[in-house]
Design a protein around this ligand. Structure first.
Ligand code: GAL
Length: 701
């Protein structure tokens, strides 16, 4: 048998030598990836470098390794690295080379998903917004401006060359064993009609021509052109993956979702350790030799990096939680699963696979070598009951939805449905309170009137194309002549998303918002008008740009129709004389940064209940080296900065159907803090009270 495999391997290599295998130390055939001549069974963990801090990377990678992980997988975040055309940033959290070197230092491999469209609940799916202004551009299809004219190809080449110049590909002795081009393109391909398939072919050719010396993947792209490997994404690849599109390509699972990300308006959901383990074991039983957990550590969407209506905390229920703590039983159950599967490595990688029906929904997957070495996976797909089966003359009780792993075809060393790891829970202790009004200073941002604005238009402008993603905020203002002694009227605004705060003559008259499932909404509010001239100021707010779907460049947000109905008539003001202002004054003056904070006149704290108010406080960091979460339950919606760095948007007033905030604690990385005199600045859009804020200590027990 062993000889047969070898011959098969040689044939495969000969066949593949022309088509699939790149000249390198990383190859793939129908059985597995082969790194420096060695077959590999690999467990991989998605950890995204900008979603934590360089100070955390080592510990996260170390905990992944301890959990039985061989590979760290990350996307590359185009708009993080090229925020302005030709202006690159690879510093701090964007230091991808440092991250890959950290992986290498831990003796692990890396899988680099360049995209450069990535989705990933990342602002605009990773595309820089400046692409929007490239004439004739249509993203992600057979469109020259997107593909070649220094855009997708340029960025992909830049990243590949950067990795090469640092010798980071496995073909150069580095850790990178895989790269990905595009992302789940099949999901949108049909929308592009005849412009889709040539783009797939072009993307594959363009990537392969970069000669990384390691295989390229396309996830969820069944027709990925040779030698690119098509891979599976989803929670159930153990059951659903039809396999690669060529017998010469290995079975790779690029995204096994360990939970689900949180988004405003979407009921929180998570996934059990047992279900994850069941699918992983089944995938390996069916031929899989590479499984990546998405996410293994989700982390934090700092600043304005999150996509539409996604929370700042990302995949907190992953095996490593947002703060980097091991989450049990998930982390431990998967560690044991990895050990059990690894103990079957030889038969899996060098044996022959055959299957045995053990019942209606029960199946045995057996890997056997000529030497007699044998490993078995006994699978019960019935989720309602246990079933006793006979295998190799012995009886086995298979629990509902379970895989029993027998590294010697005899003894069960692991059952995916049985968790024998203790749980842990998050412990939150109240740390520093900011409950004294004397601590705080405030600055009320300016509500501009039409006369204050310099950007004018006779129509309602599209939000994103006006802010160019330089701010979440866009003021739509107009002056309204009301000729009646009856002051009551109704302001009716239709918005394509995401949030609206309406002001009449400087006073707040109401807010509206969409949610993750339905971004558009209508606001109908009774207002009081002066007889004569009135200033109407409407603040449209985005909560992250969209990150999915075809024709992202055509998506529209912001106000679509504005009407005022009074007792006599109804006026459509959509084509009125509008004045615009991008961003808030405090943002423009960067009052969240220490040295520019004095650009405005701060006053002593008066009261909460003031929409669009900035609050600031100074504090010394707690002495102990602990993890911190800022408790913002008393606040409404806005953004927080610590020493000039944004820890993200918050939206504590958006409640789940159970009546609790989607997110209460916001991660403050230790490295953002100085021992003394830290500056905490909060922009509050609603009526939240900063007196309820505390810097809490996060740990696990
Ligand atoms: C996938 C996508 C990822 C991420 C994930 C959900 O479909 O490829 O980028 O968005 O869904 O977290």
């Amino acid at each position: 048998m062993e000889k047969g495999m070898l011959v098969l391997g040689l044939v495969a290599i000969m066949v593949v030598g022309v088509v699939v295998v790149v000249e390198s130390s990383v190859e793939g055939d129908g059985r597995s990836l082969i790194i420096n001549g060695q077959r590999k069974l690999l467990f991989s963990a998605s950890i995204h470098y900008p979603r934590s801090t360089p100070e955390m990377w080592g510990s996260l990678i170390g905990k992944a390794k301890e959990g039985g992980i061989d590979v760290i997988q990350t996307y590359v975040f185009w708009n993080l690295h090229e925020p302005g055309k030709g202006q690159y940033d690879f510093s701090g959290r964007a230091d991808i080379v440092r991250f890959i070197k950290e992986i290498q230092a831990h003796g692990l491999y890396a899988s680099l998903r360049i995209g450069p469209f990535i989705e990933a609940e990342w602002n605009y799916g990773g595309l820089p917004f400046w692409l929007h202004d490239v004439p004739g551009i249509v993203y992600r299809c057979d469109n020259e401006p997107f593909k070649v004219q220094v855009h997708m190809q340029n960025f992909t080449t830049k990243i590949v060359n950067m990795m090469k110049s640092e010798n980071l590909y496995a073909s150069q002795g580095g850790p990178i064993i895989l790269s990905q081009i595009e992302n789940e393109y099949e999901m949108v391909e049909h929308a592009f009609h005849e412009k889709g398939p040539p783009y797939v072919r072009w993307a594959a050719q363009m990537a392969v021509a970069l000669q990384t010396g390691v295989p390229w993947m396309m996830c969820k792209q069944y027709d990925a052109p040779d030698p690119v490997i098509n891979t599976c994404n989803g929670m159930k690849c153990g059951v659903s993956f039809p396999g690669p599109n060529s017998p010469n390509k290995p079975w790779l699972w690029t995204e096994n979702w360990t939970t689900w990300y949180r988004a405003y308006g979407k009921e929180p959901e998570t996934r059990s350790a047992q279900d994850i383990a069941f699918q992983v074991a089944l995938f390996v039983a069916r031929n899989g030799t590479f499984v990546n957990y998405y996410m293994y550590h989700g982390g934090t969407n700092f600043g304005r990096t999150t996509s539409a209506f996604t929370t700042t905390s990302y995949y907190d229920d992953a095996p490593l939680d947002e703060y980097g703590f091991i989450r049990l039983p998930k982390w431990g159950h998967l560690k044991q699963l990895h050990e059990a599967i690894k103990s079957c490595s030889n038969p899996i990688l060098f044996g022959t696979q055959f299957t045995l029906s053990l019942g209606q929904q029960q199946m045995g997957y057996i890997y056997q070598r000529n030497s007699g070495e044998c490993a078995a996976f006994l699978v019960n797909q019935d989720d309602t009951k246990s079933v006793a089966v006979i295998f190799h003359n012995s009886s086995y009780e298979l629990g509902p939805s379970s895989v029993s792993i027998l590294p010697d075809c005899k003894n069960v060393v692991f059952n995916t449905a049985k968790v024998n790891v203790k749980n842990n829970t998050r412990l939150i202790t109240t740390g520093k309170k900011f409950n004294e009004s004397e601590m705080w200073q405030e600055f009320k941002d300016i509500i501009p009137t039409f006369a204050d604005t310099s950007m004018r238009s006779k129509t309602l402008l599209e939000h994103m194309n006006t802010t160019k993603d330089m701010s979440d905020y866009l003021w739509y203002t107009f002056s309204y002549q009301h000729e009646s002694s009856n002051s009551k009227a109704v302001l009716s605004v239709r918005s394509a998303g995401h949030v609206l705060h309406a002001f009449v003559n400087g006073a707040s008259v109401g807010s509206g918002n969409g949610n993750h499932e339905k971004v558009n909404f209508t606001l109908d509010n009774t207002i009081t008008l002066n007889n004569g001239s009135n200033n109407i100021s409407l603040l449209s707010v985005t909560v992250g740009l969209p990150d999915s779907g075809a024709f992202l460049e055509r998506k529209a947000l912001g106000l679509r129709r504005v009407r005022i109905h009074d007792i006599q008539n109804s006026k459509d003001l959509s084509n009125h004389r509008w004045g615009y202002q991008v961003g808030l004054l405090g943002e423009k003056l960067q009052i969240y940064i220490d040295h520019s904070s004095s650009n405005v006149q701060w006053r002593n704290f008066t009261s909460s209940n003031n929409p669009l108010t900035w609050y600031k406080v100074r504090f010394d960091a707690p002495a102990k080296n602990e993890s911190f979460g800022l408790n913002l339950e008393s606040m409404g919606k806005g953004e927080v900065w610590i020493n000039g760095q944004s820890i993200g948007r918050y939206w504590a007033s958006f409640l789940t159907s159970q009546g609790s905030p989607y997110q209460t604690w916001y991660h403050v990385p230790r490295s953002f803090l100085k021992p003394k005199d830290n500056l905490l600045v909060i922009l509050e859009e609603q009526n939240g009270s900063p007196l309820g804020i505390s810097l809490d200590i996060i740990s696990t027990i």
